[in-house]
Design a protein around this ligand. Structure first.
Ligand code: DAS
Length: 337
């Protein structure tokens, strides 16, 4: 008989580990259950893999950030280096799941699978989605047909490339989708139907060496635009940016003129400015930006503001400058899918 894959489940809090005071009340507290308690709620997992559970964080992912994802990545690094671990599943909150998946893909080098999952309803809710999502994540992690896709996200019957994952709905269970591509596989019961070739992210593993840096990653702020706004949202960051800023512009990169003028000044003073879009399915290329051709101003391609901020922060931490950083973002404006 073939031996089952050995999968390590890392609990990182979130609604999947959340509990509320009743099955029908909308309010709950994230991150209350340990990873091994999540496993006991899932019938049939023992047929898919041999599992070990460990709880890393016990909070909502609204309170997680780059330093936590660095700690998570280091733990994944250590686990995937072990000969007795074949893959890692991470249970995480949905609020920053897309950032965690993108970050992990940029730093994770080991070819062993890493699959993130989450839930929109707490464990105590009627029709909690966590147990099915966890089952599906283990199934995806155990599948040889999904090898080579880097960090994956599995929720609500879909397997998504982690770096492309976006959250699109505040409450519905069908909230996650892949952009600009699509899902790699569907899961029905215990059946995994793979219909796209798993391809790694354009910069997969590029920043692995930053995992052991002692210093925190530079803070890259995100400035939103809105109808009638002037330069003030950007001016708040003028003297406190960590070397870079992201602007969540209108449409494909347009800015109100007062903000464009300040951004020109900040770029001339050495701040790297990435232009993403406040539109959910974002694509900004250099020629559609108000600041087209301005040195130090970079188009985010398909990356939304929160993913752009992570990439810029890692690039600055690696000591990269304007042209080199622009080349990284360029990889996300024309993507082989
Ligand atoms: N509490 C939020 C979080 O931990 C929401 C969730 O997980 O769905 O991200």
């Amino acid at each position: 008989m073939e031996s089952k894959p050995r999968i390590w489940v890392l609990g990182a809090g979130g609604t999947i580990a959340g509990t509320g005071r009743s099955a029908t009340h909308a309010a709950y507290q994230s991150g209350q259950l340990a990873a091994d308690e999540l496993l006991t709620a899932v019938d049939g997992l023992e047929h898919v893999a041999e599992l070990q559970a460990e709880t890393l964080f016990s909070k909502g992912s609204e309170d997680l950030g780059p330093s936590d994802w660095r700690a998570l990545a280091l733990r994944i690094d250590a686990l995937t280096a072990r000969p007795d671990v074949d893959g890692v599943v991470v249970t995480h909150g949905t609020d920053t799941l897309e950032e965690a998946a993108f970050f992990l893909d940029l730093v994770h080098q080991n070819p062993k699978p890493v699959v993130l999952t989450a839930a929109m309803r707490p464990a105590t809710a009627l029709s909690a989605d966590g147990p099915a999502n966890l089952y599906q994540a283990v199934l995806a992690c155990a599948s040889p047909r999904l090898r080579g896709g880097g960090v994956l996200v599995t929720l609500n019957g879909l397997v998504l490339p982690g770096w492309q994952t976006i959250k699109t709905d505040s409450v519905a269970v069908e909230t996650f989708r892949a952009y600009p591509g699509g899902p790699l596989a569907r899961i029905v019961g215990n059946r995994l139907q793979v219909f796209a070739k798993p391809v790694r992210a354009p910069l997969a593993g590029t920043f692995h060496s930053l995992l052991n840096h002692a210093s925190p990653l530079p803070t890259v702020g995100i400035v939103p635009v809105y109808g009638g706004c002037n330069e003030k949202p950007l001016a708040l960051w003028q003297h406190s940016h960590g070397g870079g800023m992201v602007i969540a512009s209108f449409g494909a990169g347009t800015l109100p003129e007062p903000m464009a003028a300040l951004a020109r000044d900040m770029a001339a003073a050495g701040c790297v400015i990435v232009i993403s879009s406040r539109v959910r399915d974002a694509l900004v290329v250099p020629e559609t930006m108000t600041l087209q051709g301005v040195t130090g101003v970079i188009a985010a391609g398909y990356l939304n503001p929160q993913k752009s901020a992570l990439l810029l922060s890692l690039a600055l931490a690696a000591g990269l400058k304007g042209e080199a950083i622009a080349a990284l973002f360029e990889k996300f404006s024309c993507i082989p899918l």
